[in-house]
Structure formats: C-alpha cells, structure tokens
Design a protein around this ligand. Structure first.
Ligand SMILES: C[S@@+](CC[C@H](N)C(=O)[O-])C[C@H]1O[C@@H](n2cnc3c(N)ncnc32)[C@H](O)[C@@H]1O
Length: 245
C-alpha cells in the first residue's frame, strides 16, 4: 500500500475520486438503476458512494475495500445512516463473490491502484450478463505526455504500476472480456479539473499531522500535471461470450 493510500485512509477522505460525489451523482443519474439491483462499490473507501446509492436508489449495495481503516469509517457511516450495506474486506484482484452477482460494479479511482488486468477480469466475472462496470480512472492524455522521471514519480508516490492512456484502458477492458467500451461525456462542469476533489474528511485518532506533507506533494503533482494526467469515466458492458450467436 502506497504512502498516498495510507494517507487517504488516515484522513478518511470521502469522495476521493475526481469530481467527487457530484460527478458520481451525475453519472448514475443517466443509468436505469432499479431498487431490485445489486451494486458493488469496489474500493469503496469511506463508503460515501455506497451510502448514497443505498439511500437514493434503495438498492442492495456491497462495499468492498482492501484497507481496514477505510472500512471501519464506512461501517460507522452506514450505522449512523441506518443503512444495510454489506461490507467486505478484500482485494479487487481476488473478489470473494460468485459469478454473475452484480448489476453494476462502480470503481471510482480504484482500478489504477490495482493489478489492472486481474481486477478487470474479476469485475467481468462478478457482473451479471448485461451488467456494467463504471470506472472513473486516472488517464494520461498522450502516450508520451509524461517524462520517464514523472512516470517514476507518479508510480512510486501513488503506488500505481501502469499509467494508461484512454486507448490502453480500452484495450485492457476488451482483453478482460468487456464490450462496448464507452467514455462518458461528463460535460464542462467536470472536465479539465484536477484529479482529486476534497469533499469530506473523517480523521483517524492516530492521524499524524506530518502526513500533511503527503497531501502537499499530491497537490503539487496534480497542479504540475494538470493538463497531462487527467481522468475519464469509462462504461463497459458484460456480454457473456457463451450467449453470443
Ligand atoms: C482513491 S481511493 C477512492 C475511494 C473511493 N472509491 C472514493 O471515491 O472515495 C482508492 C481506494 O481503493 C482502495 N484500494 C486500493 N487498492 C485496492 C485493491 N487492490 N483492492 C481493493 N481496494 C483497493 C483503497 O484502499 C482506497 O480506499
């Protein structure tokens, strides 16, 4: 786990993805989500999105994260809001669910931190036929947009193994079995913004304020790379190969 992800867990940031909860709401508003559906918030963090979906749509929601501290904060949130959301501690690369369980998997700034190919294959496996993965992910604007030094700095600071362009994301998603890869147009309100939006904090008691240096480094990196390292909202559908004609 990178210092950055540990830092996020310590500050208990909610909406730790580009665009924050307002972008999540805008993206979900365009989806035909029904009360009967089952949605997985993959890499749920403190559970802000999971709580919103359970409250607003009344769906069955499962919130999964690899980081215990995040899940403790999610559990407190769900208890305070009296929400019946299943919490699962697991890695995205090894999901403890049966095949074809979920109508949607949401991954909001999560896949970039995982072994992407493995995690995508797991998302495909747990989605129902016709189910969709919606992922808001760090994306570099062009193949050669970052210097080798910048790539190394980002990889070591964020703990990411690959920094991909839109087309590289497409390819990975197709390799995992998905079809109809779409990049959603989220409008001017959310485009050309930095990668992160700070909207809510739930500090751990053991929070070390020196960790603020990590936050400052993150802000500096984002400011420097603002137009070269951005994000996309990807939407992909599972069509079971066995059911294709
Ligand atoms: C940038 S935060 C986003 C959290 C949440 N989706 C949100 O928008 O607030 C990334 C989250 O992914 C989780 N994470 C990182 N690697 C993971 C993995 N391999 N499996 C599951 N969760 C992971 C982290 O613990 C963290 O909560």
């Amino acid at each position: 786990m990178s210092y950055y992800l540990q830092f996020l867990a310590n500050i208990g940031i909610g909406g730790a993805h580009p665009g924050g909860l307002p972008l999540t709401k805008a993206v979900l508003a365009a989806e035909p989500i029904k009360k009967s559906m089952h949605i997985l918030d993959l890499g749920c963090g403190t559970g802000q999105t999971a709580a919103f979906i359970a409250k607003y749509y009344g769906c069955q929601v499962t919130a999964l994260d690899i980081e215990k501290k995040m899940l403790e904060k999610a559990a407190t949130r769900f208890a305070q809001d009296r929400l019946d959301i299943r919490i699962v501690e697991s890695s995205a690369e090894n999901l403890p669910f049966k095949e074809r369980l979920f109508d949607y998997v949401l991954a909001e700034s999560v896949l970039a931190f995982t072994e992407v190919s493995k995690a995508l294959k797991q998302c495909f496996y747990v989605l129902k036929n016709g189910g969709q993965l919606i992922a808001i992910e760090m994306t570099k604007e062009k193949e050669d947009t970052l210097t080798d030094e910048e790539e190394q700095q980002i990889k070591s600071f964020y703990g990411v193994k690959e920094i991909m362009t839109e087309h590289e994301w497409y390819d990975k998603m197709k390799e995992a079995g998905f079809e109809k890869v779409q990049v959603l147009n989220v409008g001017d309100k959310y485009s050309k913004k930095g990668l992160e939006e700070l909207s809510e904090l739930k500090l751990s008691q053991s929070f070390d304020f020196h960790a603020l240096r990590i936050w400052v480094e993150h802000q500096e990196l984002m400011a420097k790379l603002r137009h070269r390292l951005t994000y996309r909202v990807y939407k992909v559908r599972k069509t079971d190969p066995c059911l294709k004609n």
